[in-house]
Design a protein around this ligand. Structure first.
Ligand code: COA
Length: 178
């Protein structure tokens, strides 16, 4: 692989970022539930039970994420306050709609953790770690309605590059030269 592996543990002023582990299964399950509740609210329809995870399914996903990390070289890191065991969410480098060479930055926090600057703080550390892998550019694709996410990217120095559309509407492509 031409790139160094992404760090699997990072510390910021307030946060500890760690590779997924089995103890994150319940938190991840809750994150998926909140994501679906938010979607249903935005689209004015019901929560789709098929979009939710059982605890076993959540466990399989977080364990899989951990096991696949070394081969892929990029991965997600869970967020906790330093010295605290409560799962807050994650920040990740993912291929997503982009590429392994120029991956996407992604983040998702439980509602109870929003509004404290945690996403920006964690993402800034992941951006630094991405630079340390030898990569020169990151992307992040965001729906136009997602003002908080677009604001996080702006604070990190991303700029709007272009937009594409799919069946759900416009996707804003934001880019950061490292
Ligand atoms: C996007 C997300 C990670 C942000 O997490 P966070 O820790 O609250 O983010 P931060 O506190 O670091 O920054 C959020 C910024 O958006 C601003 N913001 C939040 N809601 C806003 C709104 N409705 N309108 C305008 N700005 C808003 C905040 O004021 C803050 O900006 P500021 O520092 O200039 O005041 C969180 O909302 C989330 O998990 N959302 C659901 C998952 C998601 O959408 N992920 C991104 C997919 S592309």
């Amino acid at each position: 692989m031409p790139y160094a592996p992404l760090a699997d543990a990072l510390e910021t002023e307030r946060l500890s970022l760690r590779l997924w582990s089995e103890r994150d299964a319940e938190g991840y399950r809750r994150l998926v539930l909140e994501r679906e509740e938010t979607r249903a609210e935005r689209e004015g329809n019901e929560v789709d039970p098929g979009a939710l995870l059982s605890l076993d399914e959540a466990r399989a996903e977080v364990t899989g994420a951990r096991e696949n990390a070394p081969a892929r070289g990029i991965h997600g890191l869970t967020l906790r306050r330093r010295g605290d065991d409560e799962f807050l969410g994650y920040c990740a480098l993912v291929v997503g709609r982009a590429t392994i060479d120029e991956p996407e930055l992604a983040y998702e926090l439980l509602r109870s953790a929003h509004g404290h600057g945690y996403a920006t703080e964690a993402a800034a550390a992941v951006v630094d770690a991405a630079r340390s892998t030898g990569r020169t550019r990151l992307w992040s694709t965001v729906r136009t309605w997602n003002t908080p996410s677009l604001r996080v990217l702006e604070k990190l120095g991303f700029r709007h590059d272009h937009s594409t559309t799919d069946d759900k509407g416009e996707i804003v492509w934001n880019v950061l030269d490292l």
